[in-house]
Design a protein around this ligand. Structure first.
Ligand code: SAM
Length: 255
């Protein structure tokens, strides 16, 4: 089902009305793919208000992701077998540890984590983690030339590279990240633009109104128009529940 970018559709009342309508309009009723899509959006809104994305840990470190995104990231890493995973947005380090743990099982590879502000307690916990030998940290604005140069220098020639963008989710920043980091991504690997679901949840009491118009989905849409070797892999959001709708971008094997 195509992503509905109509702002009116994100209101809970509108979602519930759509859900009720399904039993009338569709033979499969609420048990259809459309039903799953609407229920998932409702779940995501309630979960966001309850801040459930802040409650998971991976091997001891808080990871700011929803469970099905954690599952899908694991699938992607195992299936595509990258040597290097670059992630912008470190926070407590949970997503770096997740990536490092799959690389550890593969017996090779490293994770490069970039964050504008790596808090000392988070840096210490990452450095002391049993998987720290697979992690390199770079402190800096992810779109500064210096940071991008440092990332480039840490990627060995010929590496198979995956990138996940999970830092500042404003459209302009994500657009710059997509432009800068997409060139690192290898054919057959993923460029993940996290947190497009901001657009689904902008009208919550806990949310920010600017999420309704200033969000990663606009940046992704523009990027895809100019970069046809990338396409949205919809099977990565097949569970419905996700922080990153339209965010799992696969680089085709032929560029
Ligand atoms: C959503 S958190 C990252 C969550 C993490 N990827 C995880 O899954 O646990 C966002 C992080 O992005 C960082 N950040 C914000 N703006 C940034 C920028 N311009 N460059 C690099 N990092 C930035 C913040 O300091 C914060 O730690």
């Amino acid at each position: 089902m195509a992503l509905n970018l109509d702002p009116d559709s994100v209101a809970m009342s509108s979602l519930l009305a759509d859900f009720n309508d399904l039993s009338v309009k569709n033979d499969a009723g609420v048990y259809s793919p459309e039903g799953l899509d609407i229920v998932s959006k409702i779940w995501t809104k309630v979960a966001a208000q309850q801040r459930l994305m802040y409650q998971a840990t991976w091997l001891g470190r808080p990871i700011i992701q929803l469970p099905s995104d954690i599952l899908v990231l694991q699938e992607i890493i195992w299936e595509t077998q990258p040597d290097v995973i670059v992630e912008t947005g470190v926070a407590h380090g949970g997503s770096l540890i997740l990536a490092a743990s799959i690389l550890e099982l593969m017996g090779r590879g490293k994770v490069i984590g970039v964050d504008v502000d790596i808090r000392s307690h988070n840096r210490k916990a990452i450095k002391e983690h049993p998987l720290s030998h697979r992690i390199e940290l770079i402190e800096g604005d992810s779109v500064s030339e210096l940071t991008i140069k440092k990332v480039r220098e840490l990627i060995p020639a010929g590496s198979r590279v995956m990138v996940a963008l999970d830092s500042d989710h404003r459209e302009d920043h994500v657009r710059k990240e997509l432009e800068a980091y997409s060139s690192f991504v290898s054919s057959g690997c993923y460029l993940v633009a996290h947190d497009g679901a901001q657009f689904w949840v902008w009208d919550l009491p806990n949310a920010a109104e600017h999420w309704s118009y200033d969000h990663p989905l606009n940046a992704v849409q523009q990027f895809l128009e100019q970069n046809t070797q990338f396409c949205i892999d919809e099977k990565r959001t097949r569970f419905g529940i996700t922080s990153s709708p339209a965010g799992y971008l696969l680089k085709s094997e032929v560029s």
